[in-house]
Design a protein around this ligand. Structure first.
Ligand code: PMT
Length: 403
């Protein structure tokens, strides 16, 4: 989890029915090895008990300023000083009004005033309330002070009404937390372009040549780059994965479309990481109508080479290029060849036949090969961790490059 491990997160919960979702958020943050201190307004404690939070975080949860004062040494501002980030989820209209006015009427608004850590607010309320000019003015005031917001999302609310007011999904809030914690990281002000997924080369309107790439590896690299402060751009072939928070996602289908998007995005980028499984062949001609089976015992489709996106990329010489080598045999030998033939700075050798590795898996086992001839074999680890190890290399390559 890297940028979450060991971080002190203060989670402020205020009086909304969505407060129950904050328990899941507290649990996910704790699982990601954050130290999570939950503070609540008295209204929040009517929706969900402090005990629920202390059970999932393993730490006391505070619903009153005076509870906190008795439990921590530096009275009620101790939590705010220890925080790396204050997250308010859910945040009600009253909470926004208190923050905007600088009032410290409860433990959550008090902590927001006392802390110098970044603040992330996740509003949840009735859509009419959220739209109201008074609430919008408070949001703008807080944004102008550098407070981060995520949501609210559009959808069904507890009242049965549809509209913009739902607390963002926990996964989205987790992405936003990682994004905020990553500001000023070692890829700050760097543009990292990542490709993901398997391209689809159209045979006819209903069929294509494709492969088993799920996009997980590329999405992990794009998220990990975001978590280190990068301007992260993800060019992805079709996948079922949702857009990662604060990543600029460009969806393409074919190798040709991916080539064009890569060329455009790399014109002003610092690094390109090509995890995409680009089809090596495409039908010689796209057939405009569905091929019929009647009257055919067999079918031959003629394929031609797709462009080699990595090899043919004529970008700024300072662009750091990372390729993957997906191999089912002679892994290192083939990867060494690709390191040279594709003209990349680093190649990630991926044995796609190994257990828990390659297509579709949440883990991967790879070896990193660089131009100096050094080879580093990584253990079987999660794809986000693999991504982080690749980005460690990208950071040092960027530092030593000659523009
Ligand atoms: O998406 P997942 O399910 O998470 O799976 C991850 C993965 C197995 C797809 C990924 O880890 C991986 O190995 N990606 C590389 C797949 C591939 O196409 O490898 P290759 O050895 O055929 O190509 C070598 C490199 O050239 C790759 O960086 C590829 O993106 C690039 N390439 C390939 C063909 C082409 N026409 N243009 C290219 O730029």
């Amino acid at each position: 989890m890297y940028n979450l491990t060991g971080r002190n997160i203060v989670l402020g919960v205020t009086g909304s029915i969505a407060a129950y979702k904050a328990a899941d958020l507290a649990s996910k943050l704790t699982q990601a090895e954050c130290s999570v201190d939950v503070i609540m307004t008295p209204e929040a404690a009517k929706f969900i008990a402090p005990l629920t939070f202390s059970s999932v975080t393993g730490r006391p949860a505070y619903a009153s300023m005076w509870d906190a004062a008795s439990a921590v040494t530096e009275a009620h501002v101790a939590l705010s000083r220890r925080a790396d980030l204050l997250v308010i989820a859910p945040a009600t209209a009253t909470t926004l009004a208190r923050f905007a006015a600088g009032s410290a009427e409860d433990l959550v608004s008090l902590t927001a005033l006392a802390t110098r850590a970044p603040i992330l607010i996740c509003p949840a309320m009735d859509p009419n309330m959220f739209e109201h000019p008074a609430v919008q003015a408070n949001v703008e005031t807080l944004k102008a002070r550098g407070v981060y917001f995520v949501g609210p999302d559009e959808g069904r609310l507890a009242s049965g009404q549809m509209g913009v007011g739902r607390l963002s999904e926990v996964e989205t809030v987790m992405g936003a937390i990682r994004f905020v914690l990553g500001r000023g990281g070692d890829l700050a002000a760097k543009k990292i372009v990542v490709t993901a997924g398997g391209t689809r080369e159209q045979i006819d309107p209903v069929r294509y040549v494709g492969n088993y790439s799920s996009g997980k590896m590329g999405f992990a690299v794009a998220a990990a780059a975001r978590d280190r402060g990068a301007d992260s751009v993800l060019i992805t072939a079709p996948t079922e994965l949702a857009d990662p928070y604060a990543v600029d996602v460009i969806r393409v289908k074919s190798a040709m479309e991916m080539r064009d998007a890569v060329a455009e995005q790399c014109a002003r980028a610092d690094a390109l990481v090509m995890t995409a499984a680009v089809a090596d062949y495409q039908p010689a001609e796209a057939i405009g109508e569905k091929i019929k089976r009647e009257g055919r015992d067999s079918l031959t489709i003629s394929l031609v080479r797709t462009p080699d996106i990595l090899k043919d990329l004529s970008a700024d010489e300072g662009l750091i290029k990372v390729g993957f080598a997906a191999e089912s045999n002679d892994l290192l030998e083939n990867a060494r060849k690709k390191l040279k033939s594709k003209g990349v700075d680093l190649i990630v050798a991926n044995d796609i036949t190994a257990e828990g590795s390659g297509f579709g898996a949440d883990t991967n086992q790879v070896t990193l090969l660089d131009k100096s001839g050094a080879e580093e074999e990584l253990p079987l680890i999660g794809k986000y961790e693999v991504a982080s190890r690749i980005l460690d290399r990208v950071v040092s390559l960027i530092e030593t490059r000659q523009r």
